[in-house]
Design a protein around this ligand. Sequence first.
Ligand code: UDP
Length: 318
Amino acid sequence: MNRFTSFTNYVHRVYTTHDGEVYPLPINLGTINQFFHAHYTPAQARELIARQAGELAGTDPQNLNDKGISLIGRPLYEAFIKNYTAKQWQTNPSDLPSGIITRLPVRFTYDNRYFKDTWEGLPTGGYTAWMKRMIDDPRIHVTLGTDFFDDSQPLNKNRLVGKVPVVYTGPIDRYFDYALGELKWRTVDFTEVRYDEGDHFGCPVMNYADPDTPYTRAIEFKNFNPERRDSQNPDRTVVWKERSRFATRLDEPYYPVNTVQDKTLYHAYASRAHQEPGVVFGGRLGTYAYYDMHQVISSALHAYEHQVAPLLAAEPGR
Ligand code: UDP
């Protein structure tokens, strides 16, 4: 990626509003001490959480509900995870895969870096500038507003599959015209709010942990780019509030729900995908996977090396 963009030194931090108070995430010693009105040391907090999480001690939790309780105990789980998760997924947490919240660890220090990766940052000029540079090559031709499933235009599925290598990154169930049934996805609706003040939240992401706030979280864009402070409007700010719901076929799918039934259905589609001549399925939608950006990049590079390059090498005339 460094060929196409430099990165800022942005570090992701998220706060959450619960019962009229703002707490730091991921759940850390600051969250714990604020929540219990205490001044626990790391060892004392660890001991408390171990006791509260003890109801599931010795088990290997497979679903989000049990995983949440076993990580942080029931009081913190119910305050910060349970209702947010209900809003985000509208699926019983006992039916959701536990992997969703291994993304959200508990820390017995005051470290509230959201991610633990060694390298963190945002593309300096933004994602659009980065993508523009990536496709700026005479061998790359981009056609937008083109429906792969519309036979009345030339770049369609029936005409291309089996003739040229195809990388398909749309929903895998859509590719097969939902022949085996529909995979469940969540989509997100955004509401934009503009404020006549320089900074509304003081952070880029504010989550809402309680059920009486219909939004899951709100994003304040300018706070992703503190390095642009001097060129930002000191008196105005833009916030987007996010609300999640089940996606219909007409919506943009964002998050795979991934219940046990969804996984079984996905595997049935994936084995059909293997039979498709010269088609590589990729991305969140093509592989029904809940990827972060670095995982998207890694899976794309891997797919190129192991699937796309061999197809290109076999192309006549190369
Ligand atoms: N989560 C939660 N409370 C929060 C933040 C996250 O319960 O305040 C849980 C929730 O189940 C969510 C998951 O952790 O779906 C992952 O959330 P994150 O915001 O890290 O992922 P993103 O939505 O950005 O992909």
